[in-house]
Design a protein around this ligand. Structure first.
Ligand code: ADP
Length: 400
């Protein structure tokens, strides 16, 4: 039986999901956390049961070795040769990768060479790829890029209005992120709406810890809120989203703790967003608890969060000149009924209305009223499945 692993390696984590393909059946999944840090922990979910193991994990290679142990221990594979494919999520593909790529030494080199576009992610993604190449050298190894889906953006959308030389010499432009998710949920939405995606104008709102909004015309991304790096766009768990760049030199000149541009960017990435304003948490569940218990900073953080979502979604009604549906996905988009209600109520002018009884936690599908001219959908994302499917495509081509 052929099996495929979907892998998402972060700087100190590695998430995995094992599929039986082409049946697309999830056999097991898990995560290694705090790799290279004290108190590393490995969690595997098999047959609905979580198995937690605490042990020192020094690097990604050791995590992959432990994963192989786990797969054998729980009889999920008898022989590693059963794992015929490994697909890797890679955050930044720059201008090199317009679609998924078979991993070659050249591809690996290019992934590393564009690390400035995702300094936390690309080196970790490459480390994950290298670890699997060592342990499963015969498996088909595929890189799936978060940016690939957005390479269809027209130049007017991906360029920044700064002198051309900075694009031409340094490729400074908008790349976006979460592309795999925006693509998947737009295709699933088309099924729910009963129309080919080619005939639809969709606005997808991937709202998790990281968040981005996309305008999708006929199945192609035509604009997205994240930019040169994932710092752009809406307010997020710990990221500011869009900022006036003039704040950077001003803070360096005035705040003794911010010494250079990197310090300020780190603050925008890691200490801002919901965390920075609420001063309580970066997590939406905790923010909701704090807000409902009357914490003023939490109330403000929530209002700012919803406000930014509304502004970007409205922009995309402009980009698309109208839309058939708004799609909510990811941790907050799928689970937080208050965020969905407040965003939709605040944009009711555009013709959106939801049925309160349908707008509940765990809702999936169309939650809008029959009169709603713009449909509102909740579509759980599944980036791992897209990755496994891409591996399958390469496997088939190689067999030809
Ligand atoms: P990422 O993949 O970017 O780390 P996720 O898509 O997992 O993020 O989303 C994480 C966010 O989703 C967190 O802010 C978390 O609080 C929120 N979330 C998860 N479940 C719920 C829930 N039931 N209600 C509200 N927010 C939730």
């Amino acid at each position: 039986m052929e099996k495929t692993l979907s892998v998402n390696a972060g700087s100190s984590s590695l998430k995995w999901q094992l599929y039986e393909m082409p049946e697309e059946k999830v056999i097991a999944k898990g995560i290694f956390e705090r790799i290279g840090l004290p108190d590393s922990v490995a969690t595997a979910k098999i047959d609905g049961q979580a198995h937690v193991r605490k042990q020192k994990i020094v690097d990604h290679l050791q995590a992959v070795l432990l994963l192989m142990d786990t797969l054998i221990h729980f009889n999920l594979v008898d022989d590693f040769r059963e794992i015929t494919g490994v697909g890797h999520r890679v955050v930044a593909g720059g201008e090199f990768f317009k679609k998924s790529a078979l991993v070659t030494p050249e591809v690996l080199k290019q992934i590393k060479s564009i690390s400035h576009l995702a300094p936390l992610h690309n080196p970790a993604n490459a480390a994950g790829i290298e670890a699997f190449l060592k342990l499963l050298p015969d498996a088909v190894s595929v890189a799936v890029f978060d940016t690939a889906f957005h390479t269809t953006m027209p130049e007017k959308a991906f360029r920044y209005p700064i002198p051309n030389q900075y694009y031409e010499k340094y490729a400074v432009r908008k790349y976006g992120a979460h592309g795999t998710s925006h693509m998947y949920v737009s295709q699933e939405a088309a099924k729910i709406l009963g129309k080919p995606v080619e005939e639809l104008k969709l606005i997808t709102a991937h709202i998790g810890n990281g968040a981005s909004i996309s305008a999708i015309d006929g199945g192609k991304s035509v604009d997205t809120s994240m930019g040169f790096t994932p710092l752009g766009g809406v307010m997020m768990g710990t990221r500011s989203g869009e900022m006036d760049a003039s704040v950077i030199p001003y803070l360096i000149a005035n705040d003794p703790e911010l010494n250079d541009a990197q310090d300020v960017i780190d603050m925008f990435n890691n200490r801002s967003g919901i965390k920075g304003v609420s001063e309580v948490t970066s997590d939406m569940r905790d923010l909701q608890d704090a807000r409902l218990s009357g914490n003023k900073n939490a109330i403000l953080a929530y209002e700012m969060f919803v406000d930014r979502l509304k502004k970007y979604i409205s922009q995309y009604f402009g980009v698309l000149n109208g839309a058939d549906a708004l799609i909510f996905t990811a941790g907050i988009g799928e689970n937080d009924e208050d965020v969905r209600r407040d965003v939709v109520q605040g944009l009711s002018w555009f013709g959106m209305e939801i049925i309160p009884e349908l707008n509940v936690r765990g809702a999936v599908g169309d939650i809008s009223t029959p009169e709603s001219t713009v449909k509102v959908l909740v579509v759980p994302t599944d980036e791992e499945l897209v990755i496994a499917r891409d591996v399958e495509k390469f496997k088939k081509e190689l067999k030809k």
